[in-house]
Write a protein that binds this ligand. Structure first.
Ligand code: FAD
Ligand code: N01
Length: 547
């Protein structure tokens, strides 16, 4: 019989929301500090991104040897990746292995959605409410909700009338979907669409791709990890980890020093050709240093990709439609692909440019554009996410005097270091807006944030402190720095989700921090070394209401 005298615990030192990379590591670090912690996760398992995104072709595009945790040598040496870019099931297996290895599940509450979190000034505690009406209290409230975890389906007229099956790629059925013999439509040609289109095209009877903006993509060149490469990587791990931490994008590549405009056109093309053949992000990151700051330099890479499209795609009109024209290369998150452009040479694939032929409505039988109706059996929405703030806002976080985070951030996020925000004491955001987050190989940024937060909590613990909040002037200065760093790049020239452009009504600001992983890491370390400069640390004393 259960012991009815044992109360179910509802008060913690820290409550964390989310059990992806961020939440798992945060829980481990909180335990190391001896703090009581609970992770709340709405899925029925760990993995976050890799739990939800099970669409055909889903895999990472950071390479496996650096898209992983690095905090434990034992884990680094024990885990074996099979390929250069592992598929979703393998990354999910990895995160399950982490949860088991660190015995994390006993402090994770699954199938539970957080609906609200309110800071109570008198007790100095956060009160966290779940969908089932349960209330937890915590001194620290830590969001690990992910930057790309709020799926976005455009509000097309008639969407609910469709008689076939519809899927968003980030809410994919666990049992998979068999498109054999089916006429399928896919809307969206971001990283997700670009991964899914070649795979669906191979299975479906027919695939119609609805494209609003043609995208630049570079071959991934996936391959099994050769045993000697794995051994070499393991032998050099310290060096690789150090490089990722000091790098601009959290990847262990040498950042080039040469300008694209310094070299003769033939030499430049040779650089692009070599990197195109090598595959992956190195095309953008290892070629020339000025692609993301100089429009003329940028156009040399953009034109190279457009030329490749014309070489690969046999129908000139399809090649023209696939050729990006309205944004510099790299200013939207660069996708990498396996046979993307080649797929448009297939007989069973059609490309619809919805700028010249807009979608007017979803009908019971398919998709009607301004020109005609396309009959389909299934629609795949590869339409992305309400990035960076979507999942934070869905938490309905209220700070001092009941102020709601989305009200404070109505004109765009305001943070100090992307970690904290004024009027929300003891709230920590892992990879929040204003941090390198999505501009980096994310596990590197996640580890840095988690370790910085843990060190900060340890510092407070050792001094008997339990309240932390940024100073307003520190936040204002950080916001200005984030904006000026973005303005020095070409990023603001694209209608991207980095700029909030994919969500009607979202403020147009650059959400992540473009100053680079290494520089950001050093800045955060200096702030910590200067006794958490820019923050007020104090001891909260419970206020007793006057009689
Ligand atoms: P997530 O993995 O998003 O986890 C957040 C968790 O919070 C989720 O499990 C969610 O269910 C939970 N949650 C959110 N709100 C609530 C709530 N209200 N209540 C309860 N639980 C909640 N990054 C790279 O660097 N390299 C890559 O190659 C790469 N590939 C990607 C591929 C895809 C398809 C996508 C979508 C993203 C990719 N990313 C990649 C980014 C990826 O999101 C990060 O690398 C990383 O997985 C983020 O981990 P996280 O724990 O911060 O967030
Ligand atoms: O989403 P996206 P995603 N009508 O926003 C189109 C990570 N990721 O899921 O470009 C018609 O990039 C939209 O068109 P446009 C990675 O960080 C990584 O693909 O806005 N079309 C676009 O084509 C990535 O950046 C991997 O004009 C509409 C597409 O839908 C992030 O997740 C794999 C529309 C959305 O593209 C998001 O990628 C997958 C509308 N109303 C994802 N609204 C890796 O391999 C949107 N679109 C690492």
């Amino acid at each position: 019989m259960p012991d009815t005298n044992v109360a179910i615990r509802t008060d913690y030192d820290a409550v964390v929301v989310g059990a992806g990379f961020s939440g798992l590591y945060m829980l481990h670090k909180l335990r190391e500090l001896g703090l009581s912690a609970k992770v709340i996760e709405m899925a029925d398992g760990v993995g976050g991104t890799w739990f939800w995104n099970r669409y055909p072709g889903a895999r990472c595009d950071s390479e496996s040897y650096y898209y992983c945790f690095t905090f434990s040598k034992e884990i680094l040496l024990e885990w074996e990746w099979t390929s250069r870019y592992p598929e979703q099931p393998e990354i999910l297996r990895y995160l399950n292995y982490i949860a088991d290895k660190l015995d994390l599940r006993r402090d994770i509450q699954f199938n539970t959605r957080v609906m609200g979190a309110r800071y109570d000034d008198s007790s100095g505690k956060w009160i966290i409410e779940t969908e089932s009406g349960e209330h937890l209290t915590a001194t620290y409230f830590i969001t690990a909700v992910g930057c790309l975890s709020s799926a976005q389906i455009p509000n097309f007229k008639g969407r609910e009338t469709f008689r076939g099956k519809s899927y968003h790629t980030a809410q994919w059925p666990h049992e998979g979907v068999d498109f054999t013999g089916k006429r399928v439509a896919i809307i969206g040609t971001g990283s997700t669409g670009i991964q899914a289109i070649p795979v669906i095209a191979r299975q479906a009877a027919h695939l119609t791709v609805f494209q609003r903006t043609p995208n630049y993509t570079v071959p991934a060149r996936d391959m099994p990890m050769p045993p000697e490469f794995k051994q070499g990587v393991k032998a050099r791990y310290d060096e690789i980890v150090q490089k990722t931490r000091e790098s601009v994008f959290g990847m262990p590549f040498e950042f080039p020093t040469q300008s694209a405009l310094e070299v003769a056109p033939e030499e430049r093309d040779k650089v692009y050709e070599d990197l195109w053949n090598r595959g992956g992000f190195c095309f953008m990151l290892s070629s020339f240093h000025d692609l993301i700051i100089d429009p003329v330099a940028n156009d040399t890479a953009a034109e190279y990709v457009r030329r490749k499209i014309r070489e690969i795609v046999t129908d000139p009109e399809t090649a023209r439609k696939l050729s990006p024209y309205n944004h510099p290369i790299g200013t939207k998150r660069p996708p990498i692909d396996t046979d993307y452009y080649e797929t448009f040479n297939r007989e069973n694939v059609a490309l619809i440019d919805i700028r010249s032929e807009p979608i007017e409505e979803i009908t019971p039988d398919g998709i009607r554009t301004s020109k005609r109706e396309y009959g389909v059996d299934a629609i795949v929405y590869a339409t992305g996410f309400d990035a960076m703030t979507g999942s934070l806002f869905r938490l309905n976080i209220r700070g001092r005097d009941g102020i709601l985070l989305q009200e404070k951030w109505a004109d765009g996020p305001h943070t100090y270091l992307g970690i904290a925000t004024v009027d929300f004491p003891n709230l920590f955001m892992i990879t929040g807006p204003g941090s390198p987050s999505v501009l980096s190989n994310m596990p590197v940024s996640i580890e840095q944030h988690v370790e910085w937060i843990a060190a900060c909590l340890g510092y407070m613990q050792s001094r008997g402190l339990n309240q932390i909040e940024p100073l307003r002037e520190a936040e204002v200065a950080w916001d200005a720095h984030v904006a000026e760093t973005a303005a020095a790049t070409l990023f603001p020239r694209a209608d991207s989700w980095y700029m909030g452009a994919n969500i009607p009504g979202k403020p147009r600001v650059f959400f992540p921090y473009a100053g680079g992983v290494g520089a950001y890491r050093q800045h955060c370390a200096e702030i910590a070394a200067n006794s958490y400069e820019g923050f007020v640390l104090s001891q909260h004393r419970e206020r007793v209401a006057p009689r």
